[in-house]
Design a protein around this ligand. Structure first.
Ligand SMILES: Nc1nc2c(c(=O)[nH]1)N[C@H]1C(S)=C(S)[C@@H](COP(=O)(O)O)O[C@H]1N2
Ligand SMILES: [Mo]
Length: 199
């Protein structure tokens, strides 16, 4: 039996040009967290980029908020198959944060308050592809979605967008993070359906 709601086709849209293979659209914003939501105060919050030589570049909350702000509107794709199109964020481009960072590293490992980690090539944080975001849909990013601040790397599966991010370690070698160690794909391109190792 098909239940038809006015204005709705009755089946999730699939095969749309902006929907990667195997994904469906959701109007909701599901919460996916591997552990409890850490309590992180803006007063003590800091974001630290550590280069491969151990040099640390630090920003307090106020310093980060004082940097040039961008308002990306992007599509997000979770490996559990939900996608959400046209999400609105505000934050600082990783280009801005990496601007003064002296590094020859090829890889980045994001670390979160609470212990979560995820890895990606450093190039995937550059050229307008990644942000440190603190605002969602015009409001403070809710804690369950990664507030005070999370990484936003929408061209990769959403597990790469570390919630409660506290820093990024730059390295000459690739170091797998939490889900990557558990069998998920090292890179995670939703358009190539790189869900698991070997995909
Ligand atoms: N620190 C941290 N970041 C995380 C996760 C997590 O468990 N811990 N889950 C990842 C996964 S699998 C997804 S799909 C998104 C979910 O973000 P949301 O809960 O805001 O939808 O966060 C990613 N970032
Ligand atoms: Mo996910």
């Amino acid at each position: 039996m098909a239940i038809i709601t006015p204005g709705f086709s009755g089946r999730p849209r699939s095969g749309a040009p902006d929907l990667p293979p195997g994904q469906y659209l959701t109007p909701d914003f599901p919460v996916l967290s591997a552990g409890p939501t850490p309590k992180v105060s803006r007063d003590t919050w800091e974001f630290v980029i550590t280069s491969e030589t151990g040099t640390e570049y630090r920003w307090s909350w106020d310093e980060m908020m004082g940097l040039p702000q961008e308002t990306p509107t992007v599509d997000i794709h979770c490996v559990t198959r939900w996608s959400k199109l046209g999400t609105n964020w505000q934050g600082v481009s990783l280009d801005t944060l990496l601007d003064g960072v002296d590094t020859a590293a090829d890889y980045a490992l994001a670390h979160s308050y609470g212990g979560y980690t995820t890895n990606l090539p450093l190039d995937d944080l550059r050229d307008g592809q990644a942000w440190l975001v603190h605002t969602y849909d015009g409001a403070e990013l809710p804690a369950e979605h990664g507030g005070p601040a999370r990484l936003l790397v929408p061209h990769l599966y959403f597990w790469k967008s570390a919630k409660w991010v506290r820093g990024i370690h730059l390295g000459i070698e690739d170091t797998p993070g939490f889900w990557e160690t558990a069998g998920y794909h090292d890179y995670g391109d939703p358009w190539r359906e790189q869900r698991y190792q070997g995909d």
